[in-house]
Design a protein around this ligand. Structure first.
Ligand code: SIN
Ligand code: MN
Length: 199
């Protein structure tokens, strides 16, 4: 089922239980090579989510600002994006151009993400594709400029959102998660993957 909300295409239940489990297994190995870390915001406060990346470039934040970098803070290059994740991109976006970055966000019990635009990429012609795994999240969608009315929708494990076209620069965020609503991740929490063409 595909819902359209404020220009976002929301593919409810796109990944079945076995595809979700396989993705988590691939991520477990990947995160051994590129462990989750807690980045600082440019304002000096640590972020609420823990983060890592895969691909040629990883999204990074510290007091110097937001940017893409070619290495994990530990110094090693980011691991390759696992095939089953690229598969979702091929199915819903393109088989001609692969994403440069798969940003991995882990939401623990109290994590959330304020309304923001994904605008650190040099190329906005490609969509950002988001995959949700684990606990439900209350996802909020705003407008292409700050402020105004917003819409909210619960994203569940296996849901995929494509944020592109006119909605590529639409504000979005996560108000909260429903901790332990899913048993996919043994310790609870939520993983969100966003695939991005950077340049
Ligand atoms: C993000 O906007 O980078 C993450 C969105 C989400 O966690 O669903
Ligand atoms: Mn975003």
């Amino acid at each position: 089922m595909v819902l359209k909300l404020c220009g976002f295409h929301i593919h409810k239940g796109f990944l079945d239980a076995s595809a979700q489990k396989q993705m988590v297994d691939a991520l477990r190995d990947l995160l051994k090579a590129a462990p989750l870390y807690r980045p600082d915001t440019p304002y000096g406060k640590p972020m609420r989510v823990r983060m890592s990346s895969a691909g040629r470039l990883g999204w990074f934040s510290d007091r110097r600002g937001y940017r893409y970098v070619d290495r994990h803070p530990g110094g090693q290059p980011w691991p390759a994006i696992p095939d089953q994740i690229l598969h979702v991109w091929r199915d819903l976006v393109s088989d001609q151009r692969m994403p440069d970055c798969c940003l991995i966000n882990y939401y623990g019990e109290d994590a959330r993400m304020g309304l923001h635009q994904d605008k650190d990429e040099a190329d906005f012609s490609w969509p950002v594709l988001s995959i949700s795994l684990g606990d439900d999240a209350l996802f909020r969608i705003g407008n292409p400029t700050r402020g105004g009315k917003t819409e909210s929708i619960w994203l569940g494990s296996g849901d995929v959102v494509v944020m592109g076209g006119e909605a590529r620069l639409t504000y979005h965020g996560v108000d909260r998660i429903r901790f332990k609503s899913s048993s996919l991740l043994p310790k609870g929490g939520r993983i969100n993957l966003t695939l991005r063409v950077v340049e």
